[in-house]
Design a protein around this ligand. Structure first.
Ligand SMILES: NC(=O)c1ccc[n+]([C@@H]2O[C@H](COP(=O)([O-])OP(=O)(O)OC[C@H]3O[C@@H](n4cnc5c(N)ncnc54)[C@H](OP(=O)(O)O)[C@@H]3O)[C@@H](O)[C@H]2O)c1
Length: 349
């Protein structure tokens, strides 16, 4: 099978490093190009990257020379696919330019997430939204995004419950510092502290969730019609976003029905989609879980599954906690799964 030529934009950042570590030995994708800012350009990847991942830098990219993000050099690398982990403002034009050159752009940034013809794709949840790229005007290239990191957890908590006629959702997040990128949050601000503000995060959660859980009618996406009210906080945790969720329904739903809906939520075929988890939702029944240090990366969960726990029913409401890995399911892993899905659906040339 053909190996697709891959570029990773922003390869020295937290999400970029996650891409590099996941794509070091991928069956369909081969890293050809790595980009970063002007200060890193022209240097060997292993010399300039401040490597945060637990596994080693893949051998095949250690010597790769970094290309400047804004350089026309990116287009000279004859790439099939780019994974974008750039700061959003910078990404806006670059992603359009690359799509116009016929490249399939899988983006982590929020630059184009809310564009009317760009899907926020999560194959287990809204696979048919990928058809929206047919509305884009880039020729053979296109842009597909994945959601903001906290949204990527929330939608897995809500999708199995949508059949019960949701009226409104309240979500409060406890988000890790790696979600703020490699510069993160100053230690003086976060150590022993909680910061009840993450710029733009609440708006992103509210808008993206309604789009992801909306219906594609063949022309455009009709947003899901329930209200979402988000409050986001940064906590002194390295990785993993915990979320407390309250869902109010228009009808009575039993605790058994809710738990069963979480348990029976279907995954993709892991033979076809190497990055997909067998079970996208892991339901824990223990009193004090999920916890970032215990449930984020386990034998059963390599970071692409969401852990849900402490499910409680009160009248026509249900409360639960949910844990998502912000750089795997919330970023690089999600984007790679989207590319695997686009490949399988015949969208990659
Ligand atoms: N962190 C998460 O959990 C997460 C989750 C979902 C989505 N995202 C999104 O993913 C994107 C990347 O996030 P991140 O956390 O990986 O950020 P990051 O750690 O700060 O990395 C940013 C990357 O962009 C490059 N860069 C920064 N400023 C630049 C400039 N002015 N010109 C050219 N290149 C520049 C950096 O290169 P140098 O090393 O050379 O500076 C680095 O490679 C953002 O859009 C973010 O919102 C992040």
């Amino acid at each position: 099978m053909k190996k697709y030529r891959i570029g990773i934009l922003g390869a020295t950042g937290i999400v970029g490093q996650r891409f590099v570590s996941l794509l070091g030995s991928h069956p369909h994708f081969e890293i050809v190009s790595l980009t970063a800012s002007k200060k890193s350009a022209g240097r060997k990847y292993s010399e300039i990257v401040d490597w945060y991942m637990r596994n080693d830098i893949p051998e095949n990219v250690r010597e790769t020379i970094i290309v400047n993000n804004t350089d026309k050099e990116i287009s000279r690398e004859n790439l099939d696919i780019v994974f974008s982990a750039l700061p959003s403002k910078l990404a806006y034009d670059i992603e359009i330019d690359l799509a116009k050159e016929g490249i399939a752009v899988f983006s982590n940034t929020n630059a184009h997430r809310m564009d009317i013809d760009v899907p926020i794709l999560i194959p287990e949840i809204n696979a048919n939204h990928l058809q929206l790229v047919g509305k884009q005007k880039f020729g053979t290239g296109f842009i597909v995004t994945n959601s903001n990191c906290s949204t990527s957890g929330l939608v897995f908590g809500l999708r199995p419950l949508q059949k019960f006629n949701i009226r409104e959702v309240y979500v409060t997040t406890y988000q890790s510092i790696s979600g703020a990128g490699k510069k993160g949050v100053a230690s003086m601000d976060i150590l022993g502290n909680v910061i009840p503000f993450i710029s733009g995060e609440e708006e992103k959660m509210e808008l993206e969730t309604k789009k992801i859980l909306g219906t594609f009618d063949g022309e455009q996406i009709q947003d899901a019609d329930f209200d979402i009210n988000a409050s986001c906080a940064r906590v002194p945790v390295l990785e993993g976003h915990l979320e407390s969720i309250v869902v109010n329904f228009n009808e009575d739903v039993s605790l058994e029905e809710i738990n069963q809906s979480f348990k029976s939520f279907n995954g993709l075929d892991t033979n076809t989609f190497p990055t997909a988890p067998m079970n996208p939702i892991i339901l824990t029944l223990e009193d004090d879980r999920p916890q970032p240090t215990r449930d984020l990366l386990t034998e059963k969960n390599l970071g692409m599954a969401i852990t849900i726990g402490r499910v409680r029913r009160k009248g026509t409401s249900v409360n639960f906690f949910l844990l998502v890995h912000n750089t795997l399911r919330g970023a690089a892993g999600a984007s790679i799964l989207n590319a695997e899905y686009a490949l399988q659906e015949g969208f990659l040339k």
